[in-house]
Design a protein around this ligand. Structure first.
Ligand code: HEM
Length: 440
């Protein structure tokens, strides 16, 4: 969820039958090349629909494989060690079974649609302020979208999770937390070598400072709740502190609350900022769609977002570790091995999404905000199963409010001649996507 890291394994995935002797199908080979890039060591085992196997690694893709990864009890979420060290051992990403359900249930309480609707005003206030301060400056101004979006989504989520908004000194604290988070993210996926001057050491130190700030907010919120000056709806910390089990005991420990808040802050701002950056990138060259997006057409805006997520998923995929020997479609994944589910291979499969390279928001003309008309586990930008992203509705509201303000006030065009992006591991447009904006 936090991104991908280098995969290291001793052996490859083993076919559980005689299928291994035949040759890979051209379609599988093509899918794998798209997923992992060209290279002489890439090898596809045949006969297994949409399972891409490299000699030393297991990459899983396709609706059936996604379903297997998301729902198999034999596969557990596996984050790189660096992520565990930085985000904490009691974070939702590390918990399994009943503990995972308990913490996820608590987080979902804060993120449920009825609660989120009451936050729209706060989100709207943050977006208006950002647009005034950063976008509305002058005629034909050039703005760089990615850093602006990162700061916007950070401020929105810091306001909702921690009650840190511009007032009462909250702005200074939020700036300090944003700085620590930026430093923390820089070494999050670095090789975890804990020596002076390494990116990992700097990242750990920044993460520890951020954690102390969150712990301080927790103490303040607990005191405010005790005095009746805060309520469960004040922010995430107040909500998690207020939850009780059947015996009236606190549902989450302080450590679990701090770790969960750290994960929500990381998971909730980087992903949405990438989504909106790529929506702006696409809309710069698709005036027809842009012109159709207005306040009365929120559904279209979310479909444009979904199609952006399909074509450029912010999370490439993620690791799972086999807790026991487990078989998928004739292949045995031995206990202890890691597999990696990949979103883009399925998203670019023409048998699921016809003419997959074409940007077509009408693919998502269905009721659900997280799914498309395609079969289950085909659109997996938010994952699936018990670990499906609990922030979908949050991301939807934030995206709709932000795009509404931008589309209503501006038109824009790309400044760079080269419209390319790299994965770092999140998709990152060249030079942060400078655009020239025009007021309308
Ligand atoms: C466009 C925006 C977003 C995208 C594309 C996205 C994507 C994902 C994906 C793919 C996963 C599943 C990872 C896996 O199964 O390996 C995930 C999990 C998660 N996401 Fe999101 N996310 C987004 C926004 C958010 C927001 C706004 C929040 C919080 C406010 C959030 C919080 C989480 C958490 C806590 C998990 C872990 C859930 C668990 O392990 O049970 N995400 N996200």
């Amino acid at each position: 969820m936090v991104g991908s890291a280098p995969m290291r394994h001793e052996r490859g995935m083993q076919p559980a039958g005689d299928r291994a002797e035949s040759q890979p199908s051209p379609r599988d080979a093509q899918q794998l090349r798209r997923a992992v890039g060209p290279g002489p060591d890439r090898q596809v085992r045949p006969g297994v629909e949409a399972v891409a196997v490299r000699q030393a690694d297991g990459l899983l893709a396709g609706a059936a494989a996604n379903k297997f990864v998301f729902f198999s009890g034999a596969l557990a979420l596996q984050q790189p060690r660096s992520v565990q060290r930085i985000l904490g051992e009691r974070s939702i990403l590390e918990l399994v079974g009943a503990d995972h359900r308990r913490v996820r249930g608590a987080l979902s309480e804060f993120l449920r649609p009825e609660m989120l609707r009451s936050y729209v005003g706060k989100i709207d206030g943050e977006v208006r302020r950002h647009v005034e301060e950063n976008w509305a400056g002058g005629r034909d101004a050039v703005v760089t979208v990615l850093p602006l979006m990162k700061r916007l989504t950070f401020d929105v989520i810091a306001s909702l999770l921690f009650g840190l908004d511009g007032g009462c000194g909250g702005g200074a604290r939020r700036d300090a937390l944003a700085g620590e988070f930026e430093r923390m993210m820089e070494g999050m996926l670095a090789v975890p070598v804990d020596l002076p001057f390494t990116a990992f050491r700097r990242s750990v130190a920044a993460g520890d400072r951020a954690r102390r700030m969150v712990a301080e907010i927790l103490r303040e919120r607990a005191a405010a709740l005790a005095r009746g000056e805060a309520t469960r709806g004040s922010d995430l910390i107040a909500c998690l502190l207020s939850l009780r089990d059947d015996r009236g005991e606190r549902l989450l420990s302080d450590e679990e609350i701090v770790d969960t808040a750290m994960v929500a802050l990381v998971a909730g701002h980087d992903t949405s900022s990438i989504l909106m950056t790529f929506m702006i990138r696409h809309l710069a060259t698709d005036q027809t769609t842009l012109a159709s997006m207005d306040l009365t057409k929120m559904k279209l805006t979310w479909r444009v977002a979904q199609e952006t997520l399909r074509t450029v998923p912010p999370i490439l995929g993620n690791f799972r570790k086999a807790l026991e020997d487990v078989e998928f479609d004739g292949y045995v994944i031995p206990k202890g091995w890691q597999v990696f589910w990949v979103a883009s291979v399925t998203h670019m499969d023409g048998s699921i999404f016809p003419d997959p390279s074409r940007f077509d928001p009408s693919r998502f003309e269905s009721q659900s905000s997280s799914a498309s008309a395609a079969p289950p586990c085909s659109f997996v930008a938010f994952g699936g199963g018990p670990r499906i992203c609990p922030g979908i509705e949050f991301a939807r509201i934030e995206t709709l409010v932000t795009m509404h303000h931008l589309v209503r006030r501006f038109r824009w065009k790309l400044c760079g001649k080269e419209d390319t992006f790299a994965r770092d591991p999140m998709p990152t447009p060249r030079d942060g996507l400078p655009i020239q904006i025009e007021h309308i």
